[in-house]
Design a protein around this ligand. Structure first.
Ligand SMILES: NC(=O)c1ccc[n+]([C@@H]2O[C@H](COP(=O)([O-])OP(=O)(O)OC[C@H]3O[C@@H](n4cnc5c(N)ncnc54)[C@H](O)[C@@H]3O)[C@@H](O)[C@H]2O)c1
Ligand SMILES: O=C(O)C(=O)C[C@@H](O)[C@H](O)[C@H](O)COP(=O)(O)O
Ligand SMILES: [Zn+2]
Length: 371
């Protein structure tokens, strides 16, 4: 098995908003050649965070320079709290300072925080400029850089201010994941496991065997990223604006987003950790409702534990609001219809569906027992 596989491409066929997701090691060093065909003039504006800038920005800018592309960079603080109004304002104003024009390209260089924030800034400045995602976390490569959901958080909840704005290209350099902390790598893994759990039992089985090797084996890593992206691309192509099937990508998120909100979007709980805990809770709820066997939630928990991930509410450090307060936070979820909560539940591993038929008593039981 080679340690330097060639890039693979997943196409997202969305008509005049179609784009490629390129996945492979070394793509940052080839970014100039990859991006050049999209440019009307040889300049780009890059937005990144301090950690990514310290580790990888020089390399990206050198790769652009080689192709004669001039770049300027805005470097924001790392972390979830950057997905907020003040940093959105600062980003849009900086892009305007840079005289980014409608035909130019903005580059989002970082994890999901940078991708969501910069994608939203690109969506609203001059009523929409194109942007390229260069995702640098596992989470951003398998999930947030694809599909066009962009936005920021509100004190009312996660991602409550945003827009659908598809990127023009995604460059997922899987070698850049080598510099992630073990915790950030694992948090991203929460979204990888989600794909198996929501719609592909074979992939989940593959992950049970291979996920512990993703950190070290580039070919396995490429397969996991490409398979996840292909699944997401399929769902997004069929349901770009989440009128139906796309809600399956929200497996674990009704719980996860409420917990993220309850922990103040802080380092106490990373998004992917909240998703992992949320997936375990969604399977627990499904089993209690008689939708799936008890074996399914046990298998989910076992796998998350095997990976060394937080898998239960009690794994979150510090105090949390009571269950009623958590349920109230869920009330701001975007899947709510007529004030009624909707959950992604499962009939088994890989068989998720959306339901508004959850008895409040059972939900309270799940939360109480998870403490
Ligand atoms: N738009 C979507 O469809 C979508 C999907 C999933 C998640 N999200 C959002 O994504 C966000 C989470 O993204 P995330 O987990 O990437 O968080 P993140 O962007 O905060 O990155 C995690 C940490 O890793 C650091 N980092 C990034 N790349 C690195 C690298 N190569 N080496 C070392 N450190 C690096 C960052 O500085 C940060 O501290 C959440 O806000 C979530 O809501 C959006
Ligand atoms: O792309 C999607 O659709 C998703 O739901 C992917 C999720 O992993 C992601 O966290 C998304 O931002 C959540 O969407 P939201 O609409 O609940 O904010
Ligand atoms: Zn998510």
């Amino acid at each position: 098995m080679t340690h330097h596989p060639d890039p693979v491409t997943v196409h997202v066929p969305l008509g005049d908003r179609a784009y490629d997701v390129r996945i492979g090691p070394g793509l940052i060093d080839r970014a100039g050649g990859e991006i050049a065909p999209l440019l009307r003039r040889p300049r780009v504006a890059i937005v990144t965070d301090e950690t990514v800038a310290g580790l990888h920005l020089k390399r990206l800018q050198a790769a652009l320079t080689v192709q004669g592309i001039v770049s300027e960079a805005l470097v924001l603080p790392p972390g979830e709290s950057t997905k907020s109004w003040p940093h959105l304002t600062a980003t849009v104003e900086w892009l305007l300072d840079q005289r980014v024009e409608r035909r130019d390209i903005v580059v989002a260089f970082g994890g999901g925080v940078i991708g969501d924030l910069v994608g939203f800034a690109a969506a609203i400045m001059r009523r929409g400029v194109r942007f390229v995602q260069i995702p640098t976390t596992l989470l951003a490569q398998v999930d947030s850089s694809v599909g066009g959901k962009t936005g920021i958080n509100s004190r009312h909840g996660k991602n409550l201010i945003g827009a659908f704005h598809q990127p023009s290209l995604v460059l997922a350099d899987i070698a850049v994941l080598d510099t992630l902390t073990p915790r950030d790598f694992l948090a991203g893994y929460g979204e990888v496991a989600k794909y198996g759990l929501l719609g592909d039992a074979d992939f989940f089985e593959w992950l049970e065997v291979n996920a512990p090797k993703l950190r070290d084996d580039m070919a396995l890593r490429q397969h996991a990223v490409a398979h996840s992206v292909a699944m997401k691309a399929g769902i997004v192509t069929r349901d770009e604006t989440e009128q139906g099937e796309r809600a399956l990508l929200n497996l674990g998120h009704t719980f996860g987003h409420a917990l993220e909100s309850a922990t103040g979007y802080s380092a106490r709980l990373l998004h992917g950790e909240g998703v992992a805990i949320g997936c375990a809770l969604a399977f627990d709820l499904s089993a209690r409702m008689g939708l799936c066997s008890q074996e399914a939630p046990s298998r989910v928990l076992d796998h998350l534990r095997q990976m060394g991930m937080p898998a239960a509410i009690r794994d979150i450090p510090g105090d949390l609001p009571d269950d009623a307060a958590l349920i109230a936070l869920m009330g701001q979820d975007k899947k709510v219809v007529d004030g009624r909560l909707r959950f992604v539940l499962a009939r088994g591993i890989g068989e998720a569906f959306v339901s508004d038929d959850v008895q409040p008593g059972l939900l309270a039981d799940v939360l109480r027992d998870a403490r």
